[in-house]
Design a protein around this ligand. Structure first.
Ligand code: GLY
Ligand code: MN
Ligand code: MN
Length: 466
């Protein structure tokens, strides 16, 4: 946890500067999520907005802010003798409240009375959108209404205020992300250095998992560790590496305070890119470098996405996979055959930061709307950048057989796409390069320790430990 002053200051900002007009703000922490029966839960993950304002990483808590009084209270389950015997006791709610600078601590039954009283007096109760059924059930019980419909009552004003605040990272938060990236670099190196013919993907996942567990950290999201990088969120690792494969690892560690890192690297198994792989890798690297250089306050991220797409397209034209005018091809969306996802997203307490509050609210300004063009429609972040934002930059180039077959059968964008050549590349899989950058007053800074990325550095790293 940070110190109490940090949480007090964060709440003060919400209460004073960014606040919804009146009422109570209800920020429930998470409850345990059972795997197969109640006493056998998944590892606990606290709700990130609760963590941001109330810090405690334990289940059954709920934070409340009173917008008129300017006060904060922390409610929770009081521990029973049974709890003390089986899982150990917990500090009193007042002690937990004191630890994060909240005025009052109390039991959940006191919270229920306070909510009933607020409703009886017609006060607005602002709460963030639920993303778990357990939250829907609890909101419905506390506030009245059907669990399936309660999400519609979530507070737009609160979600927007929280997003405005959480989007701009403080120095302490950037330090957490850099800490996460240091551990992230270690697990990537562990995978790269053992990526040799005969190694299994799962053994590399195991090396990463072991390092994280030994350091009391976890993955920030399910990792991709696969020679089938063309499956964009591929969480299966059943294959054995062979000479000539490209291993794509997209993995991130958490910091002790739960901030995320999110890095992708591609390693040639056997230590040498084929000529074709090298050309494709170089194309993605050039797109990423162009995008990183273009990061600056005020620049809409959608423009940086287009810049990366343009550079990638120029390279694909040189390779004979595309033809025509690069700007026209990008405007038409033809490059999305190879690059069907967005360039990046914000990173913070969540790897896709704040998406539970609404992907478009986080990623799009009021005067922007999401395109329905294939590829651009997957862009999570489009808004103008501001100092303090931390964003990923992750262009890719993929050969996705069902997508290629589908477009080829339609003749889609055939003025820009050389399907004869594309089918020759069908087995080339996928390449993505991802780094995390902080937007500064006059540009951007790539965060975390440097991790091999040039063709030579990656070839030198591949299998180096074996
Ligand atoms: N690791 C998921 C992503 O890069 O968005
Ligand atoms: Mn990412
Ligand atoms: Mn990633």
């Amino acid at each position: 946890m940070f110190d109490a002053a940090t949480y007090r200051a964060r709440r003060r900002t919400l209460l004073q500067e960014d606040r919804p007009a009146e009422g109570l703000v209800l920020l429930p922490g998470n409850t345990p999520s059972p795997r197969n029966y109640a006493d056998n839960p998944h590892p606990f993950r606290q709700d990130s907005t609760f963590l941001y304002y109330f810090g405690h990483d334990r289940p059954h808590l709920c934070g409340v802010m009173d917008l008129e009084e300017g006060t904060a209270s922390l409610y929770g389950r009081t521990s029973t003798l049974e709890d003390e015997i089986w899982t150990g006791g917990t500090p009193s709610l007042q002690a937990l409240a004191d630890r994060v600078g909240a005025q009052k601590g109390g039991s959940l039954s006191v919270l229920e009375e306070a909510l009933a009283d607020a409703r009886a007096r017609g006060r607005t109760i602002h709460f963030p959108p639920p993303y778990r059924d357990a939250q829907r059930l609890r909101y419905a019980r506390w506030l009245g209404g059907a669990p399936d419909e309660i999400g519609a009552q979530a507070s737009e004003a609160l979600a927007r205020a929280v997003i405005r605040q959480r989007s701009v990272k403080t120095d302490a938060e950037v330090a957490e992300i850099e800490d996460a990236l240091t551990a992230t670099a270690q697990i990537h190196r562990a995978a790269q250095r053992h990526a040799v013919p005969g190694a299994t993907e799962q053994s590399l996942v195991g090396r990463m998992t072991g390092r994280l567990a030994g350091a009391n950290r976890s993955f920030a999201f399910p990792p991709t560790c696969s020679i089938h990088g063309e499956v964009l969120h591929n969480h299966a690792s059943p294959n054995t590496l062979a000479e000539g494969d490209l291993l794509l690892v997209d993995a991130g560690a958490t910091s002790p305070r739960h901030y995320a890192g999110d890095i992708t690297r591609v390693t040639p198994v056997g230590g040498r890119f084929t000529e074709r792989q090298r050309a494709l890798y170089t194309a993605v690297l050039a797109a990423q470098e162009a995008a990183l250089q273009a990061l600056a306050p005020g620049v809409p991220f959608v423009e940086i996405h287009r810049r990366a797409a343009h550079v990638l397209t120029e390279h694909l034209m040189e390779l004979g996979l595309m033809q025509g005018d690069p700007a026209a091809a990008v405007a038409a969306g033809a490059h999305a055959l190879f690059f069907p996802h967005g360039l990046g997203h914000m990173v913070g307490l969540d790897v896709h930061d704040m998406e539970s509050l609404g992907e478009d609210r986080v990623g799009y300004a009021d005067d922007q709307s999401r395109s329905d063009q294939f590829g651009l429609n997957a862009l999570r972040l489009a808004r103008p950048l501001r100092p303090g934002y931390v964003v990923t930059v992750e262009p890719g180039c993929y050969f996705i057989p069902p997508l290629i077959e589908h477009w080829r059968a339609e003749g889609r964008h055939d003025e820009f796409l050389r399907y004869d050549r594309v089918t020759e590349f069908m087995k080339e899989g996928g390449i993505r390069l991802e780094d995390d950058a902080l937007i500064t007053a006059d540009g951007a800074r790539v965060l975390g320790p440097s991790l091999p990325k040039s063709v030579d550095a990656v070839e030198a790293e591949a299998g180096a430990a074996v």
